[in-house]
Design a protein around this ligand. Structure first.
Ligand code: 6PG
Length: 242
């Protein structure tokens, strides 16, 4: 099992730049090798800067975007036009500016009931790659201050789900559903990259990377690559306790 690879930068912007370079390198290598690049994007607020940077003139010409398939590691169970939608955030920050063709964007259909939305998304992933055990070239991940990643939240049944799939996750304290890839599906990826910055995440980073094994309270400990590497792109504030 590989050790996490830490990329610690002075500032959040420098961390985003480092991950953007890593993204371009990984995409270019994958497209050269297989003709495609499959990436599962993370949501929330941290990666917005990354997506905007990738869509900027400095980066947009460095990837053959027509060869990229975009998926989502998780999605909020909200309408597609809801401000909380991860897909809407990425549409505005990345897909629209780069004019990514709709056929290369795979979003969760949140107009369906939660379990059906998860099932249909699992099917869409398997159909795209004609495989049950799909190995993404890259999965991008964030980290909540409660050590969740994707929608693998503390004390939720999905933490013990051994299927390589996408599942609906009910969050009782927020009374909302999320749709999330399971840890086994995330872990099949060739490359995994966390983007975490800000002092508010320092405790969670330390618990996940150096704390005692406790997946119920620190679900991001579940993330370990089967064969690839787990990269942590951190700023100094988020890395302050490691
Ligand atoms: O849908 C989501 O919100 C994300 O997938 C989630 O796992 C996120 O990465 C963390 O909650 C960190 O979110 P911030 O970057 O907003 O702190």
């Amino acid at each position: 099992m590989s050790q996490p690879i830490l990329h610690i930068s002075e500032t959040a912007d420098a961390t985003v730049l480092a991950l953007a370079d890593f993204f371009v390198r990984t995409a270019t290598e994958s497209i050269a090798e297989t003709g495609r690049f499959s990436v599962a994007l993370s949501g929330g607020s941290s990666p917005k800067k990354l997506y905007e940077l990738l869509a900027s003139p400095d980066y947009s010409s460095r990837v053959n975007w027509k060869k990229v398939d975009f998926f989502f590691g998780d999605e909020r169970y909200v309408p597609a036009d809801d401000p909380d939608s991860n897909a809407l955030m990425v549409k505005k920050a990345l897909f629209d500016p780069l004019r990514i063709p709709a056929e290369n964007i795979f979003t969760v259909d949140t107009s369906l009931p939660p379990d059906e939305a998860a099932e249909k998304y699992t099917e869409a992933i398997r159909k795209r790659y004609q495989a049950e055990q799909v190995r993404f070239d890259l999965v991008l991940l964030g980290l909540g201050d409660n050590s969740h990643t994707a929608s693998l939240f503390p004390h939720t049944p999905i933490l013990h789900d051994t299927s390589v799939s996408v599942k609906a996750v009910f969050l009782p304290d927020q009374n909302v559903y999320r749709i999330s890839m399971t840890a086994p599906l995330i872990n099949l990826a060739y490359q995994l990259a966390f983007l975490v910055y800000g002092s508010g995440k320092a405790e969670a980073v330390a618990s996940v990377l150096n704390g005692t094994k406790d997946i119920e309270n620190h679900p991001a400990q579940l993330i370990r690559s089967a064969e690839g590497d787990v990269h942590w792109f951190l700023d100094k504030s988020a890395a302050a306790q490691i």
